[in-house]
Design a protein around this ligand. Structure first.
Ligand code: HEM
Length: 489
């Protein structure tokens, strides 16, 4: 693309301090609040300067479509994360540059998690929805534990065919969580000197402690991931029959995708971190919404009574007849998006847009929370939780095949697990609402305690701790849930 902009005019943005730029002007906990403020002054596209690193902020649907969708080839890199990249041996798909390896990993994931194949996992998703429902019905005060356990069990089963976990101190969970903790700490801006002075990454190993430690950890993590993947691949090679799993599909298609064992092992391993916390965060917001908006719960339960009845539990075959349940899933992801500013992209080439020069290596953020509350996209009630917005006059889903929100990201980097996530959320929402009435707990004064609608800031936008009470929606619901629970135990 020819850039008419010879004087390299950058997108507008707030004036900052010399050298440090806008570092202290951005609200680190809720960047979308700062973004919304600057949008009013500088418009839909502005640029920040974070100690010399340009950060482009995309603030409207049009700009997002123009850059992240239509020019996805240039806007699909990632920032450089020297320490995290070193710990994961440059094999962590969400952190990879848009390289040949990234494209191979994405193709392999699309095959093993695509819309068709994702029906292979209906069974585990239904079972876990049931166990979760049983858990929150009988132990509402432990709902957090039950949500966590269900989302971990789903992803471990899909990846490696591991049976449901019983406790969060399961060795495999501890291992995965330890790796997530290690990498997310390394991702915090400025956690290591090398983030600020990239030249340090070129020091020889004996002079750089962080690199020695990272490489040592990489070896340890690789050993565990390889053992997990190879135990499944081994069965495939020997022709032993085994249940469907991501790793089994990967082993079958590995040659076609030109992937080494180590690459396959890391691809599977890193899907845990990408898929677990995101799904459980969405489930937590769903429970908060139900505690807070009884009329939505009632409307969903009317639909469930009409379509499923009270003699059996909902299943995936009901999906197309339950548009309101599906609309709730969409609306939860829109209204309280787990990754409020998505994952950062970075430009891989210089670009020119609307007369502005955008240099290669610019980090690009989308104000997803802002888009989700934008009246130009969602109408004057964009701030409200209203699943009906996704339905047409006949009460069916409006744009079948489209998400209708931006929670899964953009362009060439869009979430590869979105079909799995949509299915896990659909069946959990349907099963919980079929069996359970969720209400706020009563405070000391006897009045209902409504949860705080503000989230806890962090990498994930999660609800603040809250409680709700549950009761069986009708007598048989509890019995049927108990029977189904007994059957799978
Ligand atoms: C409600 C649940 C989920 C949400 C909200 C979510 C959201 C996202 C977002 C925002 C991104 C970044 C997209 C971008 O850079 O533009 C992403 C990437 C990714 N997601 Fe998800 N995700 C969810 C569930 C899952 C699941 C269940 C899996 C795996 C089974 C998964 C695997 C991945 C992977 C591997 C990437 C990295 C893709 C890349 O960098 O090319 N996600 N997800």
């Amino acid at each position: 693309l020819y850039c008419v902009n010879d004087n390299k005019k950058h997108p507008p943005g707030p004036r900052g301090l010399p050298i440090l730029g806008n570092v202290f002007q951005l609200d680190p906990d809720k960047p979308w609040i700062s973004y919304a403020k600057w949008k009013k002054i500088y418009g839909d596209l502005f640029q920040l300067n974070m100690a010399g690193q340009p950060i482009l902020v995309l603030n409207s649907q049009k700009v997002v479509e123009d850059l992240f969708e239509k020019r996805s080839a240039k806007y699909s890199g990632r920032p450089k994360w020297p320490v995290a990249n070193e710990i994961t041996g440059y094999l962590d798909l969400p952190l990879l540059q848009y390289s040949e390896l990234c494209r191979r990993m994405r193709r392999a994931s699309d095959v093993a998690l695509g819309i068709k194949i994702s029906s292979n996992y209906y069974r585990v998703q239904s079972d876990q929805a049931l166990i979760l429902t049983h858990g929150i019905l009988n132990q509402p005060d432990k709902w957090n534990f039950h949500v966590q356990k269900a989302s971990i069990s789903i992803i471990l089963f899909i990846l490696y065919n591991i049976p449901p976990i019983q406790s969060l101190s399961d060795a495999r969970v501890v291992f995965m969580e330890n790796l997530i903790d290690r990498t997310s700490k390394a991702l915090l801006p400025g956690a290591h000197l090398v983030d600020i002075f990239p030249i340090l990454s070129h020091l020889p190993l004996f002079l750089s402690k962080w690199k020695r430690e990272a490489r040592r950890d990489f070896q340890g993590y690789s050993k565990v991931f390889e053992d997990m993947f190879l135990s499944i691949k081994d069965k495939f090679v020997k022709g032993v029959e085994q249940p469907n799993s991501f790793s089994a599909t990967l082993a079958e298609t590995q040659k076609r995708h030109g992937m080494s064992d180590l690459e396959c092992a890391w691809l599977a391993g890193m899907l845990y971190s990408a898929g677990q916390e995101t799904t459980s965060t969405a489930l937590k917001w769903f429970l908060l919404c139900m505690t807070n908006f009884p009329h939505v719960q009632e409307k969903a339960q009317e639909e469930l009574d009409r379509v499923v009845g009270r003699a059996r539990l909902p299943s995936f075959s009901d999906m197309k007849h339950l548009p309101y349940i599906r609309a709730i899933v969409k609306e939860v992801l829109r209204w309280q998006v787990p990754l409020a500013v998505g994952l950062p992209h970075a430009t891989t080439e210089d670009d020119c847009y609307e007369g502005y020069f955008i240099r290669k290596g610019t980090i690009c953020m989308v104000n997803v929370m802002g888009l989700h509350r934008d009246p130009e996209i969602y109408g004057p009630d964009a701030d409200k939780f209203r699943p009906e917005r996704y339905l047409n006059d006949e009460g069916m889903i409006k744009d079948e095949g489209k998400d209708g929100h931006f929670a899964y990201g953009f362009g060439h980097r869009i979430c590869v697990g979105r079909h799995i996530a949509n299915n896990s959320l659909f069946i959990a929402v349907a099963t919980i609402l079929w069996a359970v009435t969720i209400s706020p707990v009563k405070g000391a004064d006897g009045n209902p305690v409504k949860p705080d609608l503000e989230g806890d800031p962090g990498i994930f936008w999660r609800p603040k701790p809250f409680n709700f009470s549950t009761k069986s929606r009708f007598d048989d619901a509890e019995i049927l849930i108990q029977q189904a629970w007994d059957d799978i135990h």
